[in-house]
Design a protein around this ligand. Structure first.
Ligand SMILES: Nc1ncnc2c1ncn2[C@@H]1O[C@H](COP(=O)(O)OP(=O)(O)O)[C@@H](O)[C@H]1O
Ligand SMILES: [Mg+2]
Length: 240
């Protein structure tokens, strides 16, 4: 289970801008691993300057996420997801795109219906999904981090790799925290541009909910090495 962070594949401070170079770098590594080990894998991507920005704008202009707001956010994420799909397929990876709003009724990623994703995975496709907006009693956001953890457990993933635009979880001095144990208090600097679903601390908290053997938060440049089990980025010691 690989999450391509929105901070990695988009330019987070430029609305609606794909970071094509980073996207290529990330997917090149996924391809290298795929060709070497023919793994089953699922890709989730984040919102970056598409979903997070759009949500912020919807809330600013409309006060809350109404039906039209949901449509705007869904559209922005669908555009970004096509960039991911396109890059995957151009590199020869047999990918299939699954918008969460067609298999999740609300924002709780644990209540989504993953049947079709699991089915595709078993057939040899590489399912792609992403953080999205759905309308339940009002407009809600499904976090890509939540989807990643829920899917990692659903498919019994060995690895759950979160990638972003920094080398891992950074401490107050900006140095990578090598390992975080459950319940351990960490002190970090929060300098997120915007993240409507909780940011880095909540990513760390959520990642402890995965049963995967190898859970890491790494730079998008280190996805291959993380999948290989090398000591890169921040290890989430979810099993000790
Ligand atoms: N202390 C920290 N350590 C690591 N990342 C941090 C820290 N503080 C803020 N961040 C930011 O957290 C963000 C993670 O976002 P990411 O999950 O990749 O994006 P998205 O939510 O769009 O998928 C990055 O932009 C990163 O710079
Ligand atoms: Mg995030």
């Amino acid at each position: 289970m690989i999450k391509l962070g929105g901070s990695f594949i988009t330019e987070k401070d430029r609305p609606y801008t794909v970071n094509w170079e980073a996207l290529q770098v990330g997917i090149e590594q996924i391809k290298a691993f795929y060709e070497k080990h023919s793994p089953h894998m699922v890709i989730v991507h984040g919102g970056g300057s598409f979903g997070h920005y759009e949500t912020q704008e919807v809330k600013r202009k409309r006060g809350f996420i109404d039906c039209y707001g949901v449509a705007l956010i869904q559209r922005s994420m669908m555009i970004l997801s096509l960039a991911v799909l396109d890059t995957m397929v151009r590199k020869g990876l047999p990918s299939s795109l699954h918008p969460p709003h067609s298999f999740c009724k609300n924002e709780n990623a644990y209540e989504c219906n993953y049947e079709v994703i699991v089915d595709d995975l078993e057939k040899g496709l590489i399912p792609i999904t992403y953080g999205d907006s759905v309308f339940s009693d009002k407009g809600k956001i499904i976090s890509g981090d939540d989807l990643s953890v829920a899917i990692s457990n659903k498919i019994g993933a060995d690895c759950l790799i979160f990638s972003s635009n920094v080398e891992g979880v950074l401490d107050k001095e900006g140095k990578v925290i090598k390992e975080i144990k459950k319940g351990e208090r960490i002190s970090i600097n929060k300098n997120e541009v915007f993240d409507v679903t909780g940011g880095i601390l909540s990513k760390v908290e959520k990642s402890f909910l995965s049963n995967a053997r190898n859970v890491r938060i790494v730079s998008g440049k280190d996805i291959y090495r993380a999948l290989m089990g090398f000591e890169v980025g921040t290890k989430i010691a979810n099993r000790s």
